[in-house]
Design a protein around this ligand. Structure first.
Ligand code: HEC
Length: 407
């Protein structure tokens, strides 16, 4: 075969558009845009190295390609194209207009409702910042089914991540706190949190907004409040942020409800210097359901995570295997097809921590580490999005005694 040299516009740009520009464009998470020849050219060798080392695009699940619908990994052919292009001196080729037009602003289209933090938070230049919360009434007079939702910080440079919860009128969670004011619940953020309260949207750098499939929705009951929980990080420059959330609603009642919950273990102590300390969280599912997405969450000592489904007949299935967890990449893993879960299945989350000095990111190997919000503390959590046929209530997922089996 003739070894034709790959050209930027003809061969390289389509790969960057498909696999890189979600993050590598103006205003997004990556440090440089890769939208034009002029932008990409100086990085040709860096691009080659990153794709050959498989560090870009970021992806940490051990799984065949095709298991996860949002698996961004390049094919061998795409890697070879980028490598050969860089090694041939990064030729431009004949300019063509970009095939992908990224929208400025909202990526879910024009939102039908926007809820904003009532005031901006002043992010200091330095120091640890407690998680900030703010309660904002939705002012929805009737139940609303959300089909697309997007969280937009105004200062992406300061928002490490943000979570938006729905607090229905019956919930007692954070009732002692004022509405419309920023507060840092000082370790009490989860007090009173119940199955009524739900994560409705998350902002993570580089992540896609939540756009649900046809016929799917997330419920915001009438009269609910939205509670923003934002992790700001000081980056040397002081700034301000006023995060907002935009929503698009279903025209009719959806068939399937998305319900997000965390499977977590808060009772643990990671001993000083422990190189491989396992913490297990389990949850027995009380109804037939499906899993739509999984997102592991640990901090700087997080080493690996596996999530298993143990069916009532004891058969085991690996839902997610992340052998090298990386705190700086909070990724969501979405199976190509929702995974069926039989009633009585136990979901087992195995979180492994490295508190030894060999972990280059370890803030202090001499510390005994417990649950906490700051990155020097730890969390052992997997966020799981379940699917339930409407009108089955998410309460049906809970209260399950283990039917028969282990433990
Ligand atoms: C999910 C977001 C995201 C995607 C998708 C992504 N990048 Fe990146 N990339 C980043 C961020 C953030 C950084 C800077 C932090 C870092 O280096 O880890 C980065 C850094 C880089 C760097 C410089 C550092 C290094 O690792 O050499 C290169 C080169 C790069 N990306 C190329 C690519 C290419 C090529 C693709 C597509 C094949 C891609 N990236 C896809 C977010 C992304």
């Amino acid at each position: 075969m003739l070894a034709v040299v790959p050209l930027f516009y003809q061969d390289v740009l389509p790969i960057l558009e498909r696999k890189c520009q979600t993050c590598h464009r103006e205003g997004e998470a990556a440090p440089m845009a890769l939208e034009t020849y002029e932008q990409a050219r100086p990085y040709a060798r860096g691009i080659r190295d990153a794709v050959m080392r498989h560090t870009m695009p970021p992806w940490f699940a051990e799984a065949e390609r095709g298991v996860f619908g949002n698996d961004p990994r390049l094919t061998e052919e795409e890697i070879a194209t980028l490598r050969r292009w860089a090694e041939a001196g990064a030729p431009a080729g004949k300019p063509v207009a970009p095939a992908v037009k990224w929208t400025e602003g909202w990526r879910i289209g024009a939102p039908e409702a926007v809820v904003r933090m009532p005031k901006a938070f002043a992010v200091p230049a330095r120091g640890e910042v407690d998680y900030q919360h703010v309660i904002v009434p939705s002012e929805f007079k009737e139940d609303r089914w959300v089909t697309a939702i997007e969280v937009r910080p105004s200062s992406r440079a300061h928002v490490h991540h943000a979570v938006v919860f729905v607090r229905p009128p019956k919930s007692v969670w954070l009732r002692g706190q004022p509405t419309g004011e920023l507060f840092s619940a000082k370790g009490q953020a989860l007090a009173g949190l119940s199955t009524l309260d739900e994560v409705i949207a998350v902002y993570l750098p580089g992540a896609e907004p939540h756009v649900l499939p046809e016929g799917h929705g997330k419920l915001i009951p009438a009269g609910s409040d939205l509670i923003f929980q934002i992790h700001y990080t000081a980056n040397g420059k002081a700034g301000e942020d006023r995060t907002q959330v935009g929503m698009v609603f279903a025209k009719e009642r959806p068939r399937m409800r998305h319900y997000s919950m965390s499977i977590a273990q808060g009772e643990f102590e990671i001993p000083a210097n422990a190189a491989e300390h396992e913490v297990e969280a389990t949850f027995v599912v009380n109804t037939h359901t499906e899993i739509y997405a999984l997102a592991p969450h640990m901090h700087l000592r997080g080493k690996s995570m596996r999530v298993l489904a143990v069916a009532p007949d004891e058969s085991e299935r690996v839902l997610l295997d992340v052998p090298r967890y990386d705190f700086y990449w909070q990724l969501v893993y979405r199976p190509r097809r929702p995974v069926r879960i039989e009633r009585g299945t136990e979901i087992v989350v195995e979180a492994v921590f490295d508190n030894s000095p060999a972990n280059a990111r370890n803030p202090d190997p001499r510390a005994t580490v417990r649950w906490g919000e700051q990155s020097r503390e730890e969390m052992a959590v997997c966020f799981v999005d379940f699917l339930l046929p409407v009108p089955i209530s998410p309460v049906e997922l809970f209260r399950a005694p283990r039917l028969g089996g282990v433990k």
